[in-house]
Design a protein around this ligand. Structure first.
Ligand SMILES: Cc1cc2nc3c(=O)[nH]c(=O)nc-3n(C[C@H](O)[C@H](O)[C@H](O)COP(=O)(O)OP(=O)(O)OC[C@H]3O[C@@H](n4cnc5c(N)ncnc54)[C@H](O)[C@@H]3O)c2cc1C
Length: 536
């Protein structure tokens, strides 16, 4: 029995764990090795108002501007105003952010970059491997905490709730999770007073993605099945620039390359972004991704090109050592030539609905990080605001849970949880079904629910996903669980949530663009697409 069960060991889960007092007994789960997740791949950095010439009002207004009318101002203010404290906390934890001057201590000495949508330099970074610096620093801290037990290669299957157990508690309460210990092929029960979903996003639902394989939306699907509402799932962000190469998987080229003057070119060497937006290459991501998609479809080309060869090799090696090395590995020299790039699914703006402490609709269930809808991103996330959201909400949730824990004087919720029942399942003799369905979901999501949508394509996608979900549910009921099956079941559920939300939105806004309703409906300001599992 744990006081707190944290499912996920990315920036949000680790921040939360480290902000709980040592008197609280914590379990942190990770379905792969602890460091694996989107956090470690983040390149650009984390935004916060740190420069004298910058202001909270400017960061707030840039965020709201990117969010295309759907940001919740109070939430944006909460996150932005907590930004400097979040950076100080990371610095104190030992994150080696890049500095302009080693003699100036604290955040005042940090080198700040500028990214799309930001009107000031406000992105703190560790060269171009910011996520790795954050993840490895927090992990090294966590390993020295005796109140925290770490379980890697443990994948949560589903949440356990009082409603599922037919327990007569007045509200539906989360009491833990069933978890597959992948290495021992055994399902374990993790009972907890408080459970936190910190499971990251769902971009793996698309064929091309910058995200690691585990981004299958597990937390969103588990929360939804347990009874939580989700919001704004149609707003999936596509990163405009992933390296295009047959052997390059998920190799993103950070937006900071465009921030430092990188230009997007057609195969004939001409620029095109200024035709679509006066901010050209520094327009928000949705506009850049859609413009590239438009040009690729118009010209029937496989990619466009990103050119920063006007900068010296020394500059590129200093600012983008990892991107430089990655391009080199695939035969491109950033300092000499343009590199081919395509858009890829990158960030899930919607998710489980939470309040400012990360509390979901379910008693004792919290959610933090990319798995949530907080109201910060609206219809489009501004670059580098997501790591900030992870840290601010990780800290806020920890504070709230500590308060509750102290007021309840550590009294555990009394309930007996039955073991996972495998008596009616057998080992699968048809694993091909899993692989086939994985591929099918990701391909039709790319073709029908991608950067540019239509009502007809969404209807086609909906028909297919309903059919696949029936097949997957049948498979799940009959065969022993495996991590592939768990992820496929979640991926398909999240695909359905994305399609349903996209079908609800009869306009184009932010990241949702449909040819049938190409304009923004201004009478719909502040209308989120909320799906409620109780109403289905
Ligand atoms: C290539 C790339 C570059 C990015 N660059 C930036 C950037 O510069 N700035 C920025 O702000 N954002 C950036 N982002 C986005 C940002 O990195 C993520 O939004 C953020 O790291 C998410 O953190 P998280 O804690 O929510 O989840 P993650 O870091 O994705 O961690 C998820 C955790 O949950 C675990 N998990 C998932 N499902 C289960 C399950 N069923 N059971 C057990 N464990 C589970 C995983 O094992 C993992 O430990 C980038 C993302 C990518 C992919």
């Amino acid at each position: 029995m744990f006081d707190v069960l944290i499912i996920g060991s990315g920036a949000s889960g680790l921040t939360m764990a480290l902000n709980l007092p040592s008197t609280i007994k914590v379990a942190v789960l990770s379905k792969e090795k602890l460091s694996e997740g989107s956090t470690i791949y983040a390149q650009g950095g984390i935004s916060a108002v740190l420069d004298k010439s910058d202001s909270f009002e400017s960061h707030i207004s840039d965020t709201i501007d990117s969010g295309a009318g759907l940001c919740v101002e109070e939430v944006v203010r909460h996150v932005v105003e907590n930004g400097p404290t979040a950076i100080d906390w990371l610095l104190n934890a030992g994150v080696p952010f890049t500095r302009v001057d080693n003699n100036i201590e604290g955040s005042a000495g940090l080198h700040l970059t500028r990214e799309g949508g930001h009107s000031n330099r406000r992105v703190a970074h560790a060269a171009d491997a910011s996520g790795e610096a954050i993840e490895t620093t927090l992990l090294s801290q966590i390993k020295s905490r005796s109140n925290i037990e770490l379980f890697e290669f443990h994948i949560a299957i589903d949440l356990i709730t009082t409603r599922k157990l037919r327990h007569k508690h007045k509200n539906n309460r989360c009491v833990g999770a069933y978890v597959l210990d992948i290495k021992n092929e055994q399902v374990r029960t993790f009972q907890s007073n408080i459970t936190i979903l910190a499971t990251g996003g769902a971009s793996k639902v698309y064929l091309y993605t910058s995200n690691p394989d585990g981004a299958s939306g597990d937390g969103i699907a588990m929360g939804w099945r347990a009874g939580c509402r989700v919001a704004n799932m149609e707003f999936m962000q596509f990163h405009p620039t992933c390296l295009y190469h047959p052997h390059a998987k998920s190799n993103l080229i950070t937006e900071a390359v465009r921030g430092e003057g990188g230009r997007l070119l057609l195969p004939n060497g001409s620029r095109f972004m200024d035709k679509f937006d006066k901010r050209a290459e520094l327009a928000p991501r949705d506009i850049v991704a859609r413009s590239i998609d438009h040009e690729m479809k118009r010209l029937g080309i496989d990619s466009v090109f990103l050119d920063i060869s006007h900068k010296s090799k020394e500059f590129l090696l200093e600012h983008f050592p990892n991107v430089f090395a990655m391009c080199k590995k695939f035969g491109y020299d950033l300092s000499k030539e343009p590199v081919p790039v395509v858009p890829a699914a990158h960030y899930t703006c919607g998710g489980l609905m939470v309040d400012q402490s990360g509390q979901t609709d379910l008693e004792s269930l919290y959610a933090i990080g990319e798995t949530t809808y907080t109201g910060l991103h609206g219809a489009n996330r501004m670059a580098s605001n997501s790591l900030l959201e992870c840290v601010v909400y990780g800290q806020a949730a920890a504070q709230e849970i500590t308060k509750q824990h102290q007021s309840q004087q550590n009294k555990p919720f009394e309930i007996t949880i039955p073991d996972w029942d495998e008596s009616r399942v057998t080992d699968s003799d048809e694993r091909v079904v899993i692989n086939h369905n994985w591929d099918e979901v990701r391909r039709f999501m790319w073709d029908y629910v991608g950067i540019v949508r239509t009502s007809k394509r969404l209807k086609r996608a909906r028909n297919r996903i309903e059919m696949l979900l029936t097949e997957i549910d049948e498979y799940y009921a009959n065969f022993r669980v495996s991590n592939d099956l768990i992820e496929l079941r979640n991926l398909a559920e999240v695909a359905r949530l994305i399609i349903r939300s996209a079908q609800q939105r009869k306009e184009s806004r932010g990241l949702h663009y449909t040819l049938d309703y190409p304009n923004t409906d201004t009478s719909l300001e502040q209308v989120n697409s909320i799906l409620d599992p109780i109403k289905r």
